[in-house]
Design a protein around this ligand. Sequence first.
Ligand code: ZN
Length: 668
Amino acid sequence: MPRKSYKRIPVCTGIIIALVLVNFTINAQDAQIRFDRYHGYTGTSEYLKKVNTAYPGITELLTIGESTMGKPIYVLVISNMSKGTTIDRHIDLRNMRKENIQNVPPMKIHQGKPGHFISGSTHGNEYTGTEVCLYIIDKLVSGYGGDEDITSLVDSKAFYICPVINPDGVYNSVEKGIAQRNNSMEKDDDDDGKINEDGPDDIDGDGYITSFRYKDDDGMYIIDESDPRLMIRLGRDTKTDKQRYSVIREDIDNDKDGKRGEDPESGLDLNRNYPEGWWKDDGFAGGSGDYPLSAPETHAIAEFFTNYRNILMAQFYHTSGGFTYRPMGTAPHPRLNPTDVAVFDFIMGKKYLEIIGEEIPEAWLHPENMEQYKKELAETDADSYSKSRGYRLPRGWRVSYNEEDDERYGYGMATDWLYAQYGIYSITTELWNPEDDIPGFEIPDDENRRVAVDKALLKYQDEEYNGDLFVNWKAYTHPELGEGETGGWKSQYARNNAFPGEPLINVCEKHWQFELFRAKLLPEIIIRDIKPRIIYSGSTNEGTVKRNDSEFSVEKGKGKGIYHIVEISATIENTGALATNLADGEELPGNRQDVVWLVAERDNIEFIEGQPFISLGSLGGTKKIPGVRNSPSHKEVKWIIAIKENTPLKIVASSLKGGTVYKEIKFK
Ligand SMILES: [Zn+2]
């Protein structure tokens, strides 16, 4: 017996170690990802859970809300969960809640770090952005520990990645093959007691919901001569001798409401439902909702941003076009502080154009000559906003506000809301421009560029995808519309998303590079040059200690003993490229100035000069912003205190969006 158990122990230990190792390897492999197909809502959710399991030390998976149809909205946090600190770990709440009332949860460690939010699929049928989010997640988690830049970013910053803002839209668009831009709205159009089950139908039973084309003298389409698979959309007043067609989504009108090819699950446009510049508009692509944040999805995003005030950078991916909107769309140029404009255009915009390969405006390369450019532009027919800036915005980096006609575009958009109300460098990138994103992509000369691109895409899918993305037209007799043909692009591969494989990877890589660049711009505050100098030490047994020639009385109630009178100075510095706030960021309601605290046990410290906390305004960054006044990136602070001997003391510097750090001071 003793011999047997002696033998068993080491064997068991060996197995346990082996299992742990194997398990770890399986996790890391599980979280590997390929981009030869779209992940949709289901694949994305599975992937996020796998990454969270494989990398518990640097990820947290948040569920921030639910879609109309009850699908969770996820945010994956990527940040080293064992590095960093938060203000509430050092500063006690003044008015503690009653015991056992847990209504003030402790801050999470990543809330003490500058935050970067990246999201996809606000519009459900624009899921290229979801893929870019997954690509960025993969780069960050797999690069951690190996790549120096990534490791340092994951240690010191917090990434918040929400690959799918609109779960119902993505699920229907990718998994079911029914393109859905908006969120879902609970509807029972056919009065059968079931909600949202009556989507478009695969009427010819070939497994794909494509299109149905039929001869119609009032139709808006004709068949292309050189490639009869292609339908060319005519202008409203275009005259033609050719047979006109109508093209609708493959469908029958099950609910007999007279609408075919409709989108029975479609609700409102989530990017018109945010509180900045919102107005009620039922006419626009589903409408803006009954009131700001009326959609469960936008409500979840708003709650999230209210809880995570550390976020300074945000991206909302849409498709398509291959350009970026910086703020604002709902208000003209003067609504932005010139310093923010300079950061957006001269720093971010310049890099973005470089990455997508578009020519950078001369004025951005030499902003020191801006007065000259303004003079030159004044002589042209440029709009007044371009003239006041000194340059026109390029194709690739623009605003959605119509500067030519001085008209706002849209309302209630996420990017405007976060910029104007939360003080965030928020942008919206319209991903995917086949001309830029497919190497060697050739577009035939054609007076109609859209048709030319369609032709080239069709040829590309013939050659590279064996024609799998397109269903050839075949005769079909529609139960309601009669003779015609079903066919066309499979819904998922219609032109507004990057084709999986090489084109998608090209898109992902470019925009990962751009967000990596932006992440490296984030502020980072440090405390340096702490100089404690003991001016005088003495006993309070007589009730006073001396400071230079004057006497200082230690308050009644403080313990008797040896006290030091100490002068402490320190420098709080922002070593990051950008300031800790947008130009007007600290004045926005809900934001705050950077602060520094000197903290010790309350009864053992008395402030002779200076307050326990000192407001610092916002600390500037190390990067010179052309054409505007740069604020200093560091400030020196000083206190004179009386402190009881052997009392631990620390300096805590905290910036809402620049991070929280502390240093302990020890002296005898
Ligand atoms: Zn969109």
